[in-house]
Design a protein around this ligand. Structure first.
Ligand SMILES: [Zn+2]
Length: 433
């Protein structure tokens, strides 16, 4: 409710209001009180919220990737505005989801981007001890979907907005919040493109995925497909005259098994040594097909994805996979013209290659004191920022082990560690004294 709404207008006639306002204007003491009310209202719009208070708000927005995240984005926009920070919303093609970016400090090159995704994974079929969409504290932990991955990081960034806005930043801090990360990092590329069009180029990016505040400077890339096998139905007693889509799918999945066995058996070298497992892997996570035990299946569909090392190329991996698919397709068609196999690419996320003395690395190491070299096997948007020319690291509060499961949480201690990190970053980028 605004100050104007709070005035006793509705209790008075138009004339009475005019008299009341004249009286206010003539009575400076009362006017001052009214003025301070305006000020107080303005301040409440821009009030400082703790990371926890912001997290409480963010968890309430059910931003599962398949649903809209616009309420959260609008809330962030309003919060930024409350602190005098303008922002840009980049809608997706459906207009139901968006990313948002903003800049605080001088409009100059060389700044730091703090980046996070706003979407979360579903809670379907998971048993939670408390409502996943309501932040709940138990034994020093804050439970809620996205608390760790990665609304905790968004909270510590936004909670430090008053500090950013009130500091004499020598280089800008840019905030980038994306959509659709959990379904193949689809939202970062258009957001990065818009940022590069509209803002001076930042030097470093810190992607605040949960790393327990250690500095991760390498991750694998991912390449995912939806594979559709079409068979030809006959009685399974004469299967040589038909094509089983399920058994064709099995051949392709077995190709993935062989790739894994070969990778795990070979000796790791170079970048590979940083990863666990130290090789490119293939995985089929979902499969659906067939109608009866004794019918060669007409349809089988499955997901298939690679997690590949920074040294490996998505292009050659894709070519290798498609060559095998083409062989299977030809084999099916030799038996029945209507049978076959097709693979549709559904995501491709570049890996993040470790940089030697990258700008982001230097900053994050100085702020955390972490001098180890860490690589992870999950993909993040960091690879996309790196591909767009930024120096990047992944560093954020919370433990990835808590992400995606039931009873996801971030500890109060990690939330504070994340906030401390952002505070130190702002201090290090501000004019001393
Ligand atoms: Zn995440």
């Amino acid at each position: 409710m605004g100050f104007c709404d709070a005035r006793p207008r509705r209790f008075l006639s138009v004339e009475a209001v005019a008299v009341f306002e004249m009286w206010l204007l003539q009575n400076s003491a009362i006017w001052q009180i009214a003025g301070s009310s305006i000020f107080v209202f303005g301040a409440s719009m821009a009030e400082s919220l703790s990371p926890r208070a912001i997290l409480d708000r963010l968890i309430g927005f059910r931003t599962v990737s398949r649903d809209s995240n616009l309420e959260l984005i609008e809330w962030v926009k309003g919060y930024l505005e409350g602190h005098g920070v303008s922002s840009r919303i980049i809608l997706d093609s459906t207009g139901r989801k968006a990313g948002i970016f903003a800049q605080i400090g001088p409009s100059e090159p060389g700044g730091v981007v703090l980046s996070a995704h706003t979407d979360v994974v579903p809670v379907d079929g998971q048993e939670w001890a408390s409502d996943p969409w309501k932040l709940t504290e138990r034994e020093g932990r804050l439970y809620g979907r996205g608390s760790c991955d990665m609304k905790g990081f968004i909270s510590v960034v936004l909670a430090n907005l008053p500090l950013m806005a009130g500091s004499n930043l020598q280089r800008p801090i840019q905030i980038a919040l994306t959509r659709d990360e959990e379904i193949g990092c689809l939202g970062a590329p258009p957001l990065i493109e818009a940022m590069q069009d509209e803002l001076p180029p930042a030097a470093s990016v810190i992607v605040g995925e949960p790393t327990m505040m250690s500095v991760v400077n390498g991750h694998k890339g991912t390449l995912g497909y939806r594979v559709r096998c079409r068979g030809h139905e006959v009685h399974s007693s004469i299967l040589h005259t038909g094509v089983s889509a399920v058994m064709t799918a099995a051949r392709i999945i077995e190709w993935g098994n062989r790739l894994n066995e070969k990778g795990l058996a070979s000796k790791a070298c170079g970048f590979a040594e940083l990863f666990d497992p130290p090789c490119t892997t293939a995985h089929a996570g979902m499969i659906k097909g067939g109608t009866a035990m004794n019918i060669t299946a007409r349809d089988c569909e499955f997901s298939f994805d690679f997690r590949f090392l920074p040294g490996d190329s998505a292009v050659s991996l894709d070519a290798e996979f498609r060559e095998f698919i083409a062989e299977q397709d030809a084999g099916c068609k030799r038996i029945h013209g209507g049978a076959g196999v097709g693979a549709e690419e559904i995501f491709r996320v570049p890996p993040m290659a470790p940089e030697s003395d990258g700008a982001a690395d230097v900053i994050a190491r100085a702020l955390t004191g972490d001098n180890g070299s860490h690589a992870v096997s999950y993909a993040t948007e960091a690879g996309q920022f790196q591909e767009a020319g930024y120096s990047v690291v992944v560093c954020g509060p919370g433990d990835i082990k808590q992400a995606h499961g039931a009873d996801e949480y971030i500890s109060l201690e990690q939330l504070e560690a994340g906030s401390r990190f952002v505070r130190r970053l702002v201090e290090s980028m501000s004019e001393q004294g």
